[in-house]
Design a protein around this ligand. Structure first.
Ligand SMILES: NC(=O)c1ccc[n+]([C@@H]2O[C@H](COP(=O)([O-])OP(=O)(O)OC[C@H]3O[C@@H](n4cnc5c(N)ncnc54)[C@H](O)[C@@H]3O)[C@@H](O)[C@H]2O)c1
Length: 315
């Protein structure tokens, strides 16, 4: 049985990945400091995993988390553009130094592969769509810079030390357990909460900005394929659905799925946000055999169901 370390495993994506790995008979260790993740995200699997509480920003912790590990899924980060705009040093410390610590510890422990959670924010606001991995990155925020630096470190560790790495550039992931409550919440977490509680959808800007929204199960599948595929070098791969949808279209779809006509509430644009995001997913298809299994509509249905359950249990 292979031992997988999932950093950030108590987070939104990490907790789904933990479940996916257990279902495929991996042994799983989680390293998380609960900065944004929650113990309850792991409630259904707590007895089946090893949970280490600690920070990736601490090299000693990273080293001890790495003992006997075969493969690392590095999800831990402070994942928010506006949060990084407010506090770039914090983003640098967790997202760059933390990633470097994980790579150093993985190298020293002889880990067979590190799969790194990179971000579509690396592309910035370039007008060319869809975004292809061969494009020159143009990060616009401390968060985007940090996530890109992580990719570059991963590649350097492959070249310099022979540590096998894959960087997956996620595009706007959504699904159950994405936290809607913080000021940094992902847009679909907020919108789905509005849809189930009957409140207007808060929109930064005119709602015509678009994203390649990706249901979380697709991301789990891409990660496991990235760990198990025969791969040369240190590829960087887009992970998305390969379609783009505006926020106004999302609002129409959520209203249709919930049989309502809730309005949007338009406000000022946000600093550091990109206008359009749309992925070319051919490279992940070629190298990993990846293709999105759950489309936007089905993903939204499942996500709404989860938020409905959460809201009802709080009543
Ligand atoms: N959600 C998206 O749309 C998206 C898009 C692109 C990339 N990503 C990347 O995917 C990864 C997971 O994001 P998410 O959306 O699940 O966010 P999340 O906030 O739910 O998960 C991040 C996890 O990392 C943990 N963490 C934070 N700082 C840590 C530290 N110093 N030490 C140990 N653990 C720490 C948090 O407690 C949390 O459990 C991140 O690396 C993020 O940058 C996410």
């Amino acid at each position: 049985m292979k031992l997988a370390l999932v950093t950030g495993g108590a987070g939104f994506i990490g907790s789904h990945l933990v479940e996916g790995l257990l279902a495929r008979e991996y042994k799983v260790r989680v390293l998380d400091n609960f900065a944004t993740g929650k113990r309850e995200n792991l409630a259904s699997v707590l007895t089946r995993i090893e949970l280490l509480e600690g920070s990736v920003a601490n090299l000693t912790t990273a080293h001890s988390a790495m003992r006997n590990v075969d493969v690392v899924f590095h999800q831990a980060a402070l994942p928010s553009v506006p949060r990084s705009v407010k506090n770039p040093l914090e983003s640098n410390e967790i997202n760059i130094t933390g990633t470097l610590n994980i790579l150093v510890a993985a190298r020293d422990a002889g880990v067979k592969r590190v799969v790194y959670a990179a971000s579509s924010s690396a592309y910035g606001d370039q007008p060319t769509l869809p975004k292809v991995e061969t494009m020159t990155p143009d990060p616009m925020s401390p968060y985007a810079i940090a996530k890109l630096a992580g990719e570059m470190y991963a590649r350097a560790f492959t070249q310099l030390y022979g540590l096998s790495t894959v960087s997956l550039r996620y595009f706007n992931v959504f699904g159950p357990r994405q936290d809607p409550t913080t000021q940094y919440a992902g847009v679909l977490a907020k919108f789905c909460t509005c849809a189930v509680t009957g409140q207007p959808y808060p929109v930064h800007g005119d709602g015509e900005q678009s994203r390649d929204f990706t249901y979380v199960e697709n991301v789990v599948e891409a990660n496991i394929r990235a760990a198990e595929s025969a791969i040369e070098g240190a590829p960087v791969l887009n992970v998305a659905c390969g379609e783009r949808t505006t926020l106004n279209q999302i609002i129409a779809l959520l209203n249709e799925l919930t049989g309502q006509n809730l309005p949007a509430q338009y406000g000022a644009e946000r600093a550091g946000d990109v206008r359009h995001s749309h992925a070319d997913i051919a490279r992940a298809g070629k190298l990993l055999g990846y293709e999105p299994m759950i489309d936007l509509r089905e993903g939204l249905k499942r996500t709404l169901e989860w938020y409905r359950g959460t809201v009802n249990s709080q009543r």
